[in-house]
Design a protein around this ligand. Sequence first.
Ligand code: ZN
Length: 340
Amino acid sequence: MTNLGSLSRQGKSLATVIAASGSFLIGMLLPMEIWTNQETTTKATTVKTATNTKPINQSANNKETPLEVIKISSVVAKKINNTKQKLRELELKTFNFSVPKRFQSQTVKDVTLNSKQKVISLTFDDGPWNNTTEQILDILKKHNIRATFFVVGQHLNVRQEIGKKIVEEGHVIANHTWNHPSKSSKMSSDRIKSEIGRTADLIYKITGRTTNLFRPPGGVLVNGLADYAKERKHTVVLWSADSVDWYYRSAQKITKKVLNKASNGGIVLLHDGGGPRGHVVEALPNIIAGLKKQGYEFVTIPELLTIKDRELHQEELAKKTESKKQETNAQTNKEQANKE
Ligand SMILES: [Zn+2]
């Protein structure tokens, strides 16, 4: 007989290591998993566990009977894998779409980052589109990159499965109106509400996500759409690196455009839909390779804004500390002068 008490402890210490090195969610899930595992093992092999009244045989023979060890180890390994998978699913479910408060009701076209860590945000507009959106998703998956997709409501409506896939693969889905109106002339308030509201409702219905990112078609800020989005506390997201992929149909040209305009905290504008975008699919691996070569990491728009928010918070803290220090110094000098 093997020493199951020790095995159980091994399982638990393994759980502790994983819980410590990973997310607290593993910590929450794993003990539960191992408990289930113990129960399963008990039923399957009629091996006695610590919960049984019969004492476990701890004879010296345990070295000669490693079968249970192998069995239980493999079950534990399987359970750990399942737990990792569940964790990944949970992460995706709770993936943060929210925007820091200071960026709500603001227009953003890039954020200047002071950190040495170079980050950039890829954004894709006007989809979901047949073929191209999924081809782009595959490229992003291959490179483990998360991006932001500004979808057009009427396109999402007829390609709901692709919209769902965007979110399931860890990307951010955001609002780009229902009909893509890009004229500068003022629109009626009913139309504005419907353009944004209808798309937001559909995004929620399909993905369960509430987005608070809005990109006005054509980057037009004066027709009332952007103002209404800001009223709804949305962040109006423009871009700093236009690939001009809607004009140039050449993969080389748009790659060059993006790489020349890349900046730390920059937002890249690309299109996965709204027309034939084969040249975007063709260019994307080169764009990614070129940006990586320049030292960039890829983040979504909410992640980009969160990084900037943290930077600003640190700067504010440093300023507060500095002014407190100066205050204390002035007080000390005053006291010194009084003594003299
Ligand atoms: Zn657009």
